[in-house]
Design a protein around this ligand. Structure first.
Ligand code: NAD
Length: 392
């Protein structure tokens, strides 16, 4: 089949197997080129197929030589329907890892469910005995809890309405958007989905099954960002969930012996989940232009390789005063934020290219689904039914 992107709003409903493979390969090459990290050896990555989770898995495997088990929630290709990008990414990752003699297996299903936790723990016990690192990198719109209740997260403020600039990534039009406040019920549901409850359940279940090495580290990801995004992010419904996540890290460390939990505050980047947040895509476009201009730009793989090499396993774990790992250290540099803020005040549809890197944003978005990768013939017929080694 000849696969073309079909973009519907914030999502592309097709994915390109060869493109995904090339992008995974280039992430692997990047980590290999950075040299060995004295890090974990048996790593569980929950949410391993895209974005920060995939980059974490690649960094663990190729930086630290770790055996990895990834939990994903992806769809296989069949008939004329391509698989999800995460499926192709995982197929490619496993293929390369196995060629390179690395253990890599994958569990495909809802990470929030008890069944998938049990299945994953059984695999760890059978193949690895215990894990010494657990990465929790889920970004999900909803969660079904064990009693069958479905909670849906929202991206709203928690104060009053908030109006600011936003961009239509497709047309490049800058306009104003007004974000309504979330109800208490919506905030509660967002915390259920994106807060720390499920993370703690995972670590508790692993510990109860004696599947965690003493001295293990677990890390989950968060975002803070500059003041201009605070009403929609840090002080918004998602920010409440992230505050819960940070509190959960402390709880896990205190209540589950032998495990230290960290939250890493990562850089704002184009991923499937960040593209759905109003205002943020315009901020990211400006940030890209600014950080690329200052030679400070990083993508998911650069962020995660640096997190493993320098912040988590560079000797002692490096955190700020609140115990947070700060991978947003370059994004939040005052000289970066001064430029971003000046650009934010000036930007409009008419001068977009002067202040933002919308092309870079669009390219990164397309690349999430395997499009726009270098060296891939997008006019060529390709087999969309690609298997993941460990699932076949
Ligand atoms: P992403 O959409 O690229 O990846 C999310 C992953 O979670 C995917 O692999 C997806 O398949 C998986 N997933 C979703 N629901 C699942 C389920 N029920 N079971 C199993 N897997 C499931 O998102 P991302 O941006 O990499 O986000 C990962 C984490 O990083 C989130 O906590 C997010 O808030 C955080 N973060 C993101 C940014 C950013 O700018 N993108 C910045 C800082 C922190």
């Amino acid at each position: 089949m000849i696969v073309k992107p079909k973009i519907r709003g914030f999502i592309c409903t097709t994915a390109h197997p060869d493109g995904c493979r090339e992008i995974v390969k280039s992430q692997i090459d990047y980590v290999k080129g950075k040299g060995k990290i004295n890090g974990p050896k048996k790593v569980l990555v929950i949410g391993a197929s895209m974005g920060y989770g995939l980059a974490s898995r690649i960094s663990a495997a190729y930086g630290c030589g770790a055996a990895t088990i990834g939990v994903i929630f992806d769809k296989q290709g069949s008939g004329s329907k391509t698989a999800s990008a995460g499926w192709y990414n995982t197929a490619a990752f496993e293929k390369y890892a196995h060629e390179d003699g690395l253990y890599a297996k994958t569990i495909n299903g809802d990470a929030f469910s008890r069944e998938i936790k049990d299945e994953t723990i059984a695999l760890i016990k059978k193949d690895l005995g215990k894990v010494d690192m657990i990465v929790y990198s889920l970004a999900a719109p909803r969660r079904t809890t064990s009693d069958g209740t479905v909670y849906s997260s929202v991206l709203k403020t928690t104060g009053g309405e908030f109006t600011n600039k936003t961009i239509d990534v497709k047309t490049g039009e800058v306009s104003e958007v007004t974000i309504p406040p979330a109800t208490e019920q919506e905030i509660f549901a967002t915390v259920k989905v994106m807060g720390g409850e499920d993370w703690k359940e995972w670590i508790g279940a692993l510990k109860a099954a004696d599947a965690v090495e003493d001295g293990a580290i677990t890390v989950a990801y968060s975002y803070i960002g500059p003041e201009l995004t605070h009403p929609i992010y840090k002080d918004g419904s998602i920010g409440r969930a992230k505050a819960h996540l940070a509190a959960t890290a402390k709880e896990i460390t205190k209540s589950i012996s032998g495990v230290t939990a960290y939250v890493s505050v990562n850089k704002a980047l184009v991923t499937q989940s960040s593209s759905a947040i109003p205002i943020v895509p315009l901020y990211i476009s400006i940030l890209y232009k600014t950080m690329k201009g200052m030679n400070l730009h990083e993508g998911c793989i650069e962020q995660m390789q640096r997190m493993f090499a320098e912040k988590l396993y560079g000797g002692s774990v490096e955190t700020d005063d609140e115990g947070l790992v700060r991978m947003d250290d370059w994004e939040m540099r005052p000289d970066v934020q001064e430029k971003v803020s000046a650009a934010w005040n000036q930007i409009g549809s008419e001068n977009l290219a002067d202040y933002s890197d919308l092309d870079g944003y669009r390219r990164d978005f397309n690349m999430l689904f395997g499009f726009d990768a270098e060296g891939v013939d997008y006019e060529a017929d390709t087999d969309i039914e690609v298997g993941i080694d460990s699932l076949t």
